[in-house]
Write a protein that binds this ligand. Structure first.
Ligand code: PLP
Length: 434
């Protein structure tokens, strides 16, 4: 496989941008591929290599790349101009559609990223309750703002937050492990926080599911303690179904954050929820929030087009592919006698380089990310683009097919054999786990 052009471009990029990239996970070792174009489930690089894409822009592209409905909506909006600094009808249309599907969102505000959405939701929760402390889940990722950059996912090997985040900025952030209701209950009593912010299905340490009645228990214990519950559904919103994880698990949060899919692949964020909390947001109330690009017409048009295409049939398709892929891959691992774990839900999945199920951040940290990175490189050689870190989630889209899944499972097999040697019949299948 030739990659000379990507290699040369990366040398140039490194001179001018830290790590040569605009977001750290993209700095694939030894160098990323540079994209020429993408359509459907395929992404093609400047050297002419094509890959089946399971990164899908890290989640927004639930319809696949360059879906015709989204292209048409964006083209139509471009004709009319694209930045007005004054309200447009599309805002009301998209807000109403979101509220229809996610009824816990009584009022909402559009912002430009998921980071802004969680930052603003936390500010609203603090403003409403008059309390400063917030509780987050270890390994939960809510974007790159100071208050939540403590043991964030996506960088799950670091325990620190980040240089440049003053201790004062995180001194009011308390952490608890996922799937541990006892720890949460004790923390709420001890710290009396404004809110708990959590991904109902974690997506930034790989996909990690709530076990048993965990989310319902979280709801009970937060209600009992008068603590606002924020579900960060930036990944799961309109991914696990139109109602998101809150519908799937039948748990009603006080506030919700959305992003990714609701912008159809263009920058967006949303925070919303209980009317009495949202009525505190400026200009109605004293919780400040603003943005030059908030409610950007192109993002609204792309998001509305995306939500218009999403229906039961689409969710059936992507969820069935997810089930198929997880089942086939699990069977194949057994045939190969490899003690690795496949996890996920709906159209989210990941292969964990660990011999144990991953139920929280500590479990995730015991995965072998270095091995995963080598493996993801072998997968690219096989024509499959996976997110390049163990601590990301793979995404299926409407554009993926059963044939893509079958091809992908064969690619997994060859890549794993390359990584571990031919292990069929290996009597000691755990030799490679950490
Ligand atoms: C759950 C979750 N919340 C928030 C964010 C931040 O969103 P953005 O990258 O749009 O700022 C992400 C990004 O991946 C996310 O996965």
């Amino acid at each position: 496989m030739r990659t000379d052009k990507s290699h040369a471009l990366y040398q140039e990029a490194k001179e001018i941008m830290p790590g040569g990239v605009s977001s750290p996970v993209r700095a694939i070792d030894p160098y990323p591929f540079y994209v020429q174009s993408a359509r459907g489930a395929q992404i093609t690089d400047v050297d002419g290599n094509s890959y089946i894409d399971y990164c899908m822009g890290y989640g927004p592209l639930v319809l696949g790349h360059a879906h015709p409905a989204v292209r048409a909506a964006v083209a139509k909006q471009l004709e009319k101009g694209w930045d007005y600094g004054t309200p447009i009808t599309l805002e009301i249309d998209l807000a109403a559609r979101i509220r229809t599907h996610v009824p816990s969102i009584e009022m909402l505000r559009f912002v430009s990223t998921g980071t802004e959405a969680t930052m603003s939701a936390v500010r609203a929760a603090r403003g409403f309750t008059g309390k400063d402390t917030i509780v987050k889940i270890e390994g939960g990722y809510h974007g790159a703002h100071d208050a939540v950059l403590v043991k964030p996912g996506s960088a799950a090997t670091s325990t620190a937050s980040s240089l440049g985040v003053p201790p004062e900025a995180v001194k009011n952030t308390v952490q608890v492990p996922f799937n541990d209701i006892g720890a949460l209950a004790v923390t709420l009593e001890k710290h009396e926080p404004a809110c708990v912010i959590m991904e109902p299905v974690m997506g930034n340490i790989g996909p990690v599911l709530p076990v048993g009645a965990y989310l319902k228990e979280v709801r009970s214990v937060t209600s009992e303690n008068d603590v606002l519950l924020i579900f960060d559904e930036v990944i799961t919103g309109f991914r696990l179904g139109a109602g998101g994880a809150q519908h799937v698990y039948d748990v009603v949060p006080d506030l919700t954050t959305l992003g990714k899919i609701v912008g159809g692949g263009f920058p967006i964020g949303v925070f919303g929820g209980k009317r009495e909390v949202m009525e505190l947001v400026a200009p109605l109330g004293a919780v400040y929030n603003a943005g030059t690009f908030s409610g950007h017409p192109i993002s609204l048009a792309a998001g509305l087009a995306t939500l218009s295409v999403l229906n039961e049939e689409v969710y059936r398709h992507i969820n069935r592919l997810g089930d198929q892929l997880r089942r086939m891959l699990t069977d194949r691992l057994a045939e190969l006698r490899l003690n690795l774990v496949v996890q996920g839900i709906g159209s989210m999945f990941q292969l964990f380089f660990a011999g144990h199920p991953v139920q929280n951040y500590e479990d995730a940290r015991r995965c072998d990310d270095r091995l995963y990175k080598r493996f993801a490189g072998f997968m690219r050689d096989e024509g499959v683009f996976l997110p390049p870190s163990q601590y990301e989630t793979c995404f299926l889209s409407l554009a993926h097919s059963s044939e893509d899944v079958a091809f992908t499972v064969e690619a997994y097999t060859r890549a794993l054999e390359k990584l571990f040697g031919r292990v069929v019949g290996n009597p000691n299948p755990q030799h490679h786990t950490t």
